[in-house]
Design a protein around this ligand. Structure first.
Ligand code: WQD
Length: 378
């Protein structure tokens, strides 16, 4: 079935957000609804809460069926069919997937099955319903140990050090091959750096299960007294203060990057001609929308060390945060941050918020929701 273009007003456009109850997904739903899109969420709630969906309604004031929620896994083909039968989906933003680096090493079969098969079912059902527009939640992890920093989209991709990272690399290839085999597909691969922070309302935020693997939620839980001290994994890297350097990006900036990606797909922004740096860009179709594979880093272009983050969070919470230096964590790279000119020039998108704002918003979420969504009903 031919692909429906995206060159319609947002109010006439329905976006399926897989994993839309999750950390980045829920923030993206807020931005989509604020821009007038209709939104359908499919989420199995394996690593999220329906409370987040209710909070999206509170933040946006959307209480009707401009926002719909289906609690299903993408592995349930009949359920995915029903979503497409009941909604006229124009494009997909695909977040759903397992994402814990450490866990993936011990559960490779679960990660490959869930992340790869779920995506294949999604694309097959979408194609059969004439929907071939997909924005994929990829990750800077596909670069592995970077050839150069800042990392640009042409940087060589290296072997991921874990099954989670492998699924991102594999899915980028699968989605690229969909376009190569059928030029009606329009794909955008968004490579996130380190998303942190929370919506300014404090109503939605990062809610990791158990002990956080990532730095920011761990620091936040030390700051609120749930954990004793931060364990800093190594202070002997070749970086300004010896601790690891990353490109932390506010989750709201990241969410807005997805709206910009939809505008790019619809031909509303960008030069229209084939771009360089990793993109396989076809010419815009007759209806003005694009076909091709757009690849974009979503980062700030600025590196911050572990100690920078701790200091910024101390400023946000108003008290000292204890930490201890530990040996390096296996698989970590010294430094990783993005070249951001392509997203600026092609998507017309640039991250707006700095580390101070990221920590302020994260602290507000943490203090308003000390147990995340667990003890909340709405
Ligand atoms: C950041 C820095 C650690 C925890 C991961 C995934 C990546 C992406 C983002 C999904 C590093 C240090 C951390 C701690 C520490 N996720 N650290 N103590 O590893 O850059 O990226 O999350 O796409 O795929 O790999 O993020 O927050 O785990 O680590 O010192 O308790 O903080 O060494 O320098 P990372 P992170």
């Amino acid at each position: 079935m031919a692909n429906k273009g995206l060159a319609k007003a947002p109010e006439d456009t329905c976006i399926l957000v897989t994993g839309g109850a999750g950390f980045i997904g829920s923030h993206t739903c807020v931005e989509l609804l604020n821009n007038g899109y209709r939104v359908v969420i499919i989420d199995d709630l394996s690593n999220s809460s329906e409370v987040a969906v209710k909070r999206v309604r509170r933040i946006t004031g959307v209480t009707d069926d401009r926002l719909r929620f289906y609690q299903n896994t993408l592995l349930d083909r009949a359920a995915v069919e029903r979503v497409f039968d009941e909604n006229d989906i124009d494009a997909i933003i695909h977040f759903a997937g397992f994402k814990a680096v450490g866990e993936s090493v011990h559960k490779p079969l679960e990660y490959y099955w869930n992340n790869l098969t779920g995506t294949l079912v999604l694309c097959d059902v979408a194609r059969n319903h004439g929907c071939k527009n997909l924005v994929f939640s990829s990750s800077a992890t596909v670069y592995g140990e970077p050839e150069r920093i800042p990392i640009d989209e042409d940087c060589e991709k290296h072997q991921a050090t874990n099954p989670y990272g492998q699924t991102k690399t594999m899915l980028e290839q699968i989605l690229t091959d969909l376009y190569v085999g059928d030029n009606e597909w329009d794909i955008v691969l968004l490579r996130y750096f380190n998303p942190i922070g929370a919506h300014e309302s404090g109503l939605i935020g990062e809610d990791p299960k158990g002990i956080p693997n990532n730095l920011l939620p761990y620091v936040a839980q030390v700051a609120i007294g749930k954990l004793e001290k931060v364990h800093v994994f190594g202070d002997d890297y070749d970086t300004p203060d010896g601790t690891g350097v990353r490109d932390y990006i506010h989750v709201v900036d990241l969410a807005r990057g997805h709206v910009s990606a939809l505008n790019w797909m619809a031909g509303r922004v960008g030069t229209g001609k084939a771009t360089t740096r990793g993109t396989i860009a076809g010419e815009p179709a007759a209806d003005g929308t694009r076909r091709g594979v757009g690849i974009f880093n979503l980062g700030t272009g600025k590196g911050s060390s572990v100690l920078d983050v701790i200091r910024a969070f101390e400023k946000a919470c108003g008290h000292e945060i204890p930490y201890v230096i530990e040996p390096r964590r296996e698989g970590d790279v010294a430094a990783c941050y993005a070249a951001v000119d392509k997203a600026r020039d092609e998507l017309g998108w640039t991250a707006q918020y700095d580390m101070e704002r990221m920590c302020q918003d994260s602290w507000r979420w943490q203090t308003m929701n000390p147990d995340g969504y667990a003890s909340a009903t709405e």
